[in-house]
Design a protein around this ligand. Structure first.
Ligand SMILES: Nc1ccn([C@@H]2O[C@H](COP(=O)(O)OP(=O)(O)OP(=O)(O)O)[C@@H](O)[C@H]2O)c(=O)n1
Ligand SMILES: C[C@](O)(CO)[C@H](O)COP(=O)(O)O
Length: 229
């Protein structure tokens, strides 16, 4: 089952505090963005990559594509003020496909087996997202006071990729834009329209590089994988 992937890469990395797009930071001698691009370049099921970029970073990223031999990129539309807008910008630029994946470019450790499971689930059910079960006790807090402990058995920490039948996510993004709804992931846009969204068990290694600590964890993951061969 083939798919195309949307990689939002137009963020500012404020929580990283690096003073630049965190995707340009290096892990083991390679930019985070290059690590992520290589995953999809090397996946035979991936027939196209769409990158949402900041206009002022487009030329730099185009040089990165050449440097790392990335040939599947079909377009680099302008990103938007919010992640959702960047994703929508890519969807608007795409031709109709069967399955589209939305994946944070800041998650370079995703693997082909999880992608394949997501694509299959999206084909069968319409929408499927990656996640892992919560490991810590989760509580609702208000003004520094515990309000409620949430039953951990039903809690998942949601990741990307998030995979969809193309027409379903395009409709959900269009409706969200029309009514001014802003979600923190694509699944929210589907849920609010009453669509069923399946979750696929992912890996705790599929971290989103967000703060400085994630760089340390990320290098450790790469070293571990290098030792595993
Ligand atoms: N307006 C935005 C915001 C985010 N992203 C992308 O969405 C992914 C997940 O976003 P996040 O981790 O929040 O990245 P940043 O927005 O850069 O981080 P911060 O919120 O700390 O500024 C990243 O690959 C980021 O580049 C994007 O394309 N457009
Ligand atoms: C989409 C996401 O990665 C799922 O956990 C997350 O919501 C992105 O949040 P961010 O603040 O835009 O990085």
């Amino acid at each position: 089952m083939q798919y195309e992937v949307v990689l939002p890469a137009a963020g500012s990395g404020k929580r990283m505090g690096a003073g630049q797009n965190k995707l340009f930071l290096y892990l083991l001698g390679k930019p985070i963005l290059a690590h992520t691009l290589e995953v999809f370049e090397r996946d035979d099921r991936c027939t196209g990559i769409w990158l949402a970029v900041k206009p002022e970073e487009r030329a730099f990223i185009e040089r990165m594509l050449v440097e790392y031999g990335i040939t599947k990129v079909k377009g680099l539309p302008d990103g938007g003020a919010e992640r959702q807008h960047s994703v929508h910008s890519c969807l608007k630029a795409m031709e109709q496909v069967s399955i589209v994946l939305v994946h944070d470019a800041a998650r370079p450790f995703i693997t082909h087996d999880i992608i394949a499971h997501l694509v299959e689930s999206a084909h069968d059910y319409g929408a499927a997202i990656a996640g892992v079960r919560a490991k810590d006790t989760m509580k609702k807090v208000s003004n520094g006071i515990i309000e409620e402990t949430v039953d951990r058995e039903s809690l998942w920490m949601v990741q990307t990729p998030q995979a969809f039948r193309f027409e379903l996510i395009v409709e959900a993004e269009d409706v969200a834009e029309k009514v001014g709804f802003l979600g923190t992931d694509e699944a929210m846009l589907m849920e609010r329209l009453g669509h069923e969204v399946r979750i696929v068990e992912s890996s705790y290694e599929n971290v989103k590089i967000t703060t400085q600590e994630d760089l340390v964890f990320g290098e450790a993951i790469l070293h571990k994988r290098a030792l595993e061969g």
